[in-house]
Design a protein around this ligand. Structure first.
Ligand SMILES: Cc1ncc(COP(=O)(O)O)c(C=O)c1O
Length: 388
């Protein structure tokens, strides 16, 4: 007996046994040759995962919100203009962070489940000089997927830095940071990167590092300041000991293992696996007669799916029954819709068994709630897609 439930929430996810074993190894000194090698390797492996040969990686102790903080505070100075393109809860958080550091923030948003059009973004960029724009690749509150490539192109055209929140996408959704010209792409360890919570990971373009180096005022956050951390990242990459703040030795040891697993699977294979599992899950949900939050399949994430509860179903009973079937799903997050939907994470080490078991548990719960549907149709639909 496994002794635990299957965690199908959008992070933390199920972790690979070898990653957990690495986490549990005796803690090394942060300046021991072994750990210096592990840190250096991890920085190098990040470049492969982000597909950025020229980017500057940062590995930080902190959650994804620290990565958001670092991705803006190091560039903006008081009264700079920032454009936030929001598709949910985490876009709003970006706006809050930028305002806290004294930026003039404009938020572009649209109805829940939709994306902001490129026309709208370009129109806004042409009105004033924006220092930076933010994009949430996958907003975990809505399951909406934004294509960052054309937005990054627009940012370049208007000489604006592009910052991509990839917390729910890096190593799950396709990202080619250099090719797509995105200035900052960041994530947190607990999602598709596959390491327990506690690491903030950023990749910063040469152009963005230039903007940081030319700033006129000090960075308004001591811990998040690249000035403190750039020499540390450079030292570890050059395999030299260094110290500013004690690095989370065990988490970085686990990160190296996970990044090795990710790169040996291969980025293209990994993206396709996520796409296939997500498609199977979405199609199964639709054949069951349920509705998705994203208004179109083309803007539905491959790392998680947000699903409306069917009408007349008591959500507590629905999720509890799924829990009784040993699967944990997440409730809603977007304040305006919190009680209307649930979320299923399918990223990282997720496999066909996990998604089939989840669909079966959802079917079981629908039966328990007296929701009318053809029993087995969800599993059948998913199996067909998974076996193609
Ligand atoms: C898209 C997105 N951005 C930012 C965050 C914040 O990350 P953390 O909770 O690790 O601070 C999350 C967390 O789920 C997220 O999904």
């Amino acid at each position: 007996m496994k002794g635990r439930k299957l965690l199908m929430i959008p992070g933390p996810i199920e972790f690979e046994p070898k990653v957990l074993q690495a986490l549990g190894t005796p803690t090394d000194s942060h300046v021991s040759p072994n750990f210096i090698e592990t840190f250096g390797n991890s920085l190098e492996l990040m470049r492969e995962v982000w597909q950025s040969k020229t980017g500057q990686p940062f590995i930080m102790a902190g959650s994804g919100t620290l990565a958001m903080d670092m991705a803006v505070v190091n560039f903006i100075e008081p009264n700079d203009n920032v454009l936030v393109i929001s598709t949910g809860y985490f876009g709003e958080r970006f706006a809050d962070i930028c305002k806290r550091y004294g930026a003039n923030v404009t938020i572009l948003t649209t109805e829940v489940g939709n994306i902001v059009s490129l026309n709208t973004i370009e129109k806004e960029l042409s009105t004033k000089n924006y220092k930076l724009l933010t994009i949430t690749h996958v907003d975990t509150s809505t399951g909406v997927l934004v294509n960052p490539e054309p937005i990054a192109k627009l940012a370049k055209k208007y000489d604006t830095l592009s910052v991509l929140d990839g917390v729910c996408s890096v190593a799950g959704e396709e990202i080619k940071q250099d090719k797509w010209g995105i200035d900052v792409v960041f994530t947190a360890s607990q999602k598709a990167i596959g390491v327990p919570p506690g690491l903030a990971l950023l990749m910063v373009s040469e152009k963005a590092m230039g903007v940081f180096k030319n700033r006129k005022t000090p960075v308004q956050n001591y811990y998040a300041d690249f000035t403190n951390w750039l020499p540390i990242m450079n030292a570890y990459e050059n395999r030299n000991p260094s110290y500013f703040g004690t690095p989370p030795v065990n988490l970085i040891t686990a990160l190296e293992v996970s990044l090795q697993q990710i790169t040996s699977e291969g980025m293209e294979t990994r993206f396709l696996r996520h796409k296939k599992i997500a498609t199977a899950f979405r199609e199964a949900i639709l054949t069951l007669g349920l509705k998705l939050l994203p208004i179109d399949k083309n803007i539905s994430a491959n790392t998680l799916t947000a699903v409306y509860y069917p009408e007349n179903i008591e959500r507590g009973t629905f999720l509890k029954h799924i829990g009784n079937n040993d699967i944990i799903l997440a409730g809603g997050l977007l304040p305006s819709h919190k009680t209307k939907y649930f979320r299923v994470g399918h990223m990282g080490s997720v496999n066909n068994n996990d998604i089939l078991a989840t669909i079966a548990a959802i079917e079981s719960s629908l039966i328990n709630c007296n929701f009318p549907f053809e029993i087995g149709i969800g599993v059948k639909t998913a199996l067909k897609i998974l076996n193609e």
